[in-house]
Ligand binder design. Structure first.
Ligand code: BGC
Length: 340
């Protein structure tokens, strides 16, 4: 790829992330070597979300890598719904009007997929949902819908298992007051998100099934964000101080926010144990530095690989086959892994 085309490509991505511009037409006409093109629209629920910003970067890199292996051009355009389903619906209309071949959708409101599926079906534009799982009745409306995500139950369970492994090794450092009961707080993502409700439930269930006695000091929704995670933890530190023995967090961003609160309140790192989920780079560093007990990998690389494979195959008007972990309902659930 020539330098000028690379610059067009990069500025195109940057412009499209904020403005959803139509740069792809310029791109298309400057590429003489590839005679056909697949156009992919990627719709993000909110680009400010840490995990989603990582997925976006990986999707962009992944589609570019894939293009090198194919004898056609792959045009990818990203749009940010900034948390608004209404805005996302209009972005979908735009992509469909511009003859996009396939849409990858991180839906804002996972209970509201019917309209998107119907739009796709009317225009015969297949849809690969990811990260935020539509309800199954909506998925069943049309056979050209797919979902790529994880098994939320497994994610929460592995958080619980991580706790149990550490607890068996060193009870005293977790149950610091020695009362045989674990005083905990829990940061939840977003009401209604499958990864919030189910992760919380299965994490606590794993502990209870192992006979651990629990005392909940606090639970709060921090909408997946570091800022709100910090705010909630600050409130708990005011109320309970370091009598909190462990913080479970539905994701790493909120866990990192809780660490920020501890730092500001002079609570030594490692005293209150912290378990997150996602495997974000900063969380892995925090684990290595002893600030967090561990996290669970929400494997963005594997999810991105499946999204790209499915999208390209649908873009070629083929039926996706041989996709890792895909079941007969067009659902891919990438496995989690404990990191500590
Ligand atoms: C991730 C969170 C992210 C959320 C967004 C979850 O699967 O673990 O970090 O904020 O998806 O939908």
């Amino acid at each position: 790829m020539g330098r000028s085309k690379m610059i067009i490509g990069i500025s195109c991505l940057l412009a499209s992330l904020t403005l959803n511009s139509g740069c792809q037409i310029q791109d298309k006409n400057t590429d003489k070597n590839k005679n056909t093109e697949i156009r992919v629209g990627v719709l993000l629920y909110n680009m400010d979300d840490l995990f989603i910003s990582v997925m976006t970067q990986k999707l962009d890199e992944g589609f570019r890598e894939q293009e090198k292996k194919e004898d056609f051009k792959i045009t990818v355009n990203f749009s940010d719904a900034k948390g608004s389903q209404t805005l996302q619906n209009s972005q979908i209309d735009k992509f469909i009007d511009q003859d996009y071949d396939v849409l990858c959708v991180d839906i804002v409101d996972r209970t509201d997929a019917a309209e998107i599926v119907d739009k796709g079906e009317r225009a015969d534009v297949p849809i690969v949902f990811f990260n935020r799982e539509p309800v199954s009745a909506d998925m069943k409306r049309w056979d050209k819908t797919y979902y790529v995500g994880t098994d939320s139950e497994e994610g929460g369970r592995q958080q619980g298992e991580l706790f149990l492994e550490e607890y068996k090794k060193d009870k005293e450092s977790i149950d610091r007051n020695g009362d045989g009961i674990i005083q905990y707080v829990i940061l939840e993502g977003e009401p209604g998100h499958q990864d919030s409700m189910i992760r919380t439930e299965s994490c606590l269930k794993t502990l209870k099934s192992a006979g651990i006695q629990l005392e909940r000091l606090g639970t709060a929704c921090a909408n997946w964000t570091r800022t709100q995670g910090k705010e909630k933890m600050e409130g708990w530190l005011q109320g309970f101080g370091d009598t909190i023995e462990i913080l479970f967090s539905n994701n790493d961003a909120m866990a990192l926010g809780a660490l920020d609160a501890m730092e500001e309140n002079d609570i030594p790192f490692g005293q209150i144990k912290v378990i997150g989920l996602d495997g974000m780079e900063e969380a892995v560093t925090a684990i290595q530095e002893g600030k967090m007990l561990g996290t669970v990998l929400n494997d963005a690389d594997a999810q991105v690989k499946s999204i790209i494979e499915i999208a390209i195959s649908l873009g070629k008007k083929e039926t996706p086959t041989d996709i890792d972990y895909m079941d007969s309902h067009h659902t891919v659930r990438v496995p989690h892994r404990i990191i500590k």
